[in-house]
Structures are given as C-alpha cells and as structure tokens.
Design a protein around this ligand. Structure first.
Ligand SMILES: Cc1cc2nc3c(=O)[nH]c(=O)nc-3n(C[C@H](O)[C@H](O)[C@H](O)COP(=O)(O)O)c2cc1C
Length: 428
C-alpha cells in the first residue's frame, strides 16, 4: 500500500463528465503527474461487474447493464478514484470494487451541490467531522489502498485547522484543499492565503487547489503556500496542455489530440462532445463552436475538426480485426449473459460514459461547474444536474459514474492504447 508521490505533483482535479478516460490519458501525456476520476457516488459503483475489453484494453465497470467507470491499465499507477459517500460501509464497498484498478481512493468532502449535501455527502461532511473521519478510518483500515480526502475551507481559521488535524489523524496519505468556502462560486477569487496555515498544521502532503489557471501558477501557489502538490480543474478543462512546462498548445491541437484519445478508447459521442464544448467555454464565438453544437455523431465531430480521414483509417483497422466501431450509442441495457462470455474478438460493451449516463439515485454533482451553453435553439432537457446541461443530441442521462508508485520526477509511462502510444516523462 504505497502512497503516491505528491512532491511537486501537478494533478488533474476530479471533474464530473470532463475527467473521463480520454481526458485523463491526455492530461498524463501533457505532463500531469496524477489524475483523479470524476466523483462516483458509492451506490453507483457497488456491485459493478468488471469487464476487460480485448479490443482496446480498457476496463469497464458495469452496473445493471450500464457502464459507470472506464479505465485503462496504463493509468493505474497515477489514478485516484474519487468516491462520494456519507456511509462508511458503502464507501468501503465502493473502494473494494475498484481496488485492483486504481492506486488511491479519495473521499469528496468539498462538493457544495444540493444533491451531494442533501445526501449528507460532499461539503456536508465537513459539518459532521466525526462522520467524515469515520468514513476515512474505515477506508484506511480496510480498503488496502492509500486513502486521501478533498475538502474546502471554512471562513473560520480555527475551525478549519481543527478539522484538518482530525482528518490527518485518520491515517490518510494526503489532503487536497480547494481554497473556497462552501458557498463561494468559481468567479469569486480563491483564498490562496489560507493554504500555508493548513500546510503548517499537518505533516501529510497538502495539495493546493483553486484558481491555478496557467502553468506559472503552479510554482506561484507552491511558493506562497508550501503545498506539496497542486491540483487543476478549470484550467485543464479548457486546455489540458496547461500541464506542459513548455507552454500551452493551441486549442485546436488539443482538441484534435483529445478526439484521437476518444477514438482509441471508444469514448461515447455524447461525452466526447460535452468535453469538447467545455474547451470552447471562453471562445463560443469560435467558428468551430456552432458546428460542434450541431454535430450529432462522432463522425460529425471529426468533420468539424477535419479528422474524417483519421476516423476512416481507424474504422477500417477496427473492422479488419472484427472490432466494433460505433461510437455514437450508449447501451441502455446489456444482457448479463453476454457480459460473462463475450464472443472472441468481440466486445459487448461499446461505450462507457462516466458522466453522461445518470440516474437520480447515483447522480453526482460537480462543484463549481462553468458550463458552455448550447445556442438557444439547441438546448435540450438536461440531465437532472442543475449545473451541467448536456449537449444537444446527448441521450437523456441515466447514471453517473465515473489511482502508485515511484517518483513523480522521472516518470516514464509507455503503453499502447488502441493505436496510440501514450508516453510521459514528467518533471514538473
Ligand atoms: C466540470 C467540473 C466538474 C467537477 N467535478 C468535481 C468532482 O467530481 N469532485 C470534486 O471533488 N470536485 C469537482 N469539481 C471541483 C474541482 O475539482 C475543483 O475543486 C474546483 O473547480 C476548483 O479548482 P479550479 O479553480 O482549478 O477550477 C469540478 C469542477 C468542474 C469545473
């Protein structure tokens, strides 16, 4: 049970919908040292069936025929699986369910969304420190995995320090701190000045999160705070090359790299499109934006970004091997019998969409989601998430879903995901 190395680590934050497998792989390729899954509510993953897809090597966790979490062995040593929970037994069951494919489990104690706090999860746990610490202790003692925790801060300094000391005493390996109060929104500036007192109050690594919007901010916030590592959400959402020390790549480059990752990991169209739309959140006047909103299929998305010939090549290669090529449909229900014995060379689960498939029961809410709006005519019913309308053409949502070793200094990560070789050599 080796803890991840957080020293100077640049970390992709947990992000519902956005942080699905293609984004995590791209983040690692771009220089992220560690990546978090989006929050998965405990009940959403407990009892999941684990399916290995021989066509692209991904691993799916399936609940009632619906894929709720997709990973690839290449990311395991960097992957933190984030759990939303208000119940220690369920949290442990969730952790044990995915334990073989992740490096760390994290408890989300920062989400202020109604769904989370009404269920006693997320930021609500900060008001019930005994319960919060009970969940962490259970995970620490029985999951067999390193455990971490992500919190916000209280306006009251003493209250915050008391809580972080209690949390540290549970035996967790690191603490991520989003430097906002429960009721503060992303447009309100985060309190970078509050990190240092937390860093000084505990001995475990502290990961600073909030308002790291460019590469240079990583060093700035570390210098100011003394934090061990730095976590980035929105800055990566709009352009994940924020992790590149050489400087950001143009949006279009990142868009195309992202689409390639979606292709080789067979990401479902609705999630691919949603994440791409977030990349244009600050540039909705871009000539690509409206055609992207109108794109009803993965092929249409490829057309918008002039990648149809790449898709043709990939499709032909998959067909030659007898592998599926449809990236547009989300299986609503999959026969259990077909899951247990997939035909040779075939896979029964075509798509995983950690974020686009939601049920009210397993739903999870992002914190502070800045959403790209559809053009008025294209708006659709949404998915039950108050903060994240789904892109046009997205199937109405049903479920939601979605970790160590070595030094972060000289990480060499090389493996093949589909046709793409993922390589990383990080020195952040
Ligand atoms: C699209 C989106 C989804 C998010 N989902 C989660 C989540 O699943 N779990 C969580 O702990 N925080 C979630 N957050 C909050 C971020 O992890 C982070 O704490 C917050 O955005 C502040 O970091 P930033 O200033 O770098 O954006 C989400 C944020 C965004 C923008």
């Amino acid at each position: 049970m080796q803890a991840l190395d957080y020293t100077n680590a640049a970390i992709l934050a947990p992000m519902v919908r956005v942080g699905t497998l293609p984004m995590r792989l791209l983040a690692l390729e771009q220089g992220a040292d560690l990546v978090y899954t989006p929050e998965v509510v405990d009940k959403g993953i407990v009892g999941a069936q684990r399916v290995v897809n021989e066509d692209n090597g991904t691993i799916d966790y399936i609940v009632k025929g619906v894929p709720v979490f997709r990973t690839h062995p290449i990311e395991k040593s960097k992957l933190v699986f984030q759990i939303g929970s208000a119940n220690a037994d369920l949290a442990l069951e969730a952790a044990l369910t995915v334990a073989q494919d992740v490096s760390t489990v994290d408890l989300n104690c920062g989400c202020p969304k109604r769904f989370s706090v009404h269920g006693g999860m997320g930021a609500a746990l900060m008001e019930e420190p005994e319960k919060l610490c009970g969940i962490l202790r259970k995970l620490v003692q029985h999951s067999g995995l390193p455990v971490t925790c992500k919190i916000r801060i209280f306006p009251d300094r003493e209250k915050t320090l008391k809580l972080v000391k209690m949390i540290e005493a549970t035996g967790i390996k690191a603490l991520a701190v989003h430097c906002r109060y429960r009721d503060e929104r992303p447009r309100e500036r985060g309190h970078w000045d509050r990190f240092r007192e937390i860093v000084e109050a505990v001995s475990i690594p502290v990961i600073a999160n909030g308002d790291v919007l460019e590469y240079g901010d990583i060093a700035r916030v570390q210098e100011l705070s003394g934090a061990t590592g730095v976590m980035i959400a929105r800055g990566a959402q709009t352009n994940v090359s924020i992790f590149r020390k050489e400087g950001r790549l143009p949006t279009l480059d990142i868009v195309r790299q992202y689409i390639r990752k979606c292709m080789v990991t067979r990401n479902v169209h609705s999630n691919t499109k949603y994440v791409l739309m977030q990349m244009f959140v600050e540039d909705v006047k871009s000539s690509y934006y409206r055609p992207l909103c109108d794109a009803k299929s993965f092929r249409a998305v490829c057309k918008v970004f002039e990648m149809e010939s790449e898709l043709d090549t990939w499709t032909a290669a998959q067909e030659a091997k007898g592998y599926p090529t449809d990236l547009d449909t989300v299986p609503r229900k999959i026969q259990d019998s077909s899951l247990s014995s997939p035909a040779p060379g075939k896979r029964k689960i075509d798509h995983v969409d950690g974020a686009d498939v939601k049920t009210k029961k397993t739903d999870t809410m992002a914190e502070d989601v800045k959403t790209v709006k559809e053009p008025a005519a294209k708006k659709h019913a949404g998915d039950g998430s108050s903060s994240q309308p789904t892109p046009a053409g997205t199937p109405k949502a049903e479920t939601d879903a979605e970790a160590g070793s070595g030094s972060t200094k000289e990480i060499k990560l090389t493996a093949t995901v589909g046709q793409v070789v993922v390589k990383q050599s990080s020195s952040a």
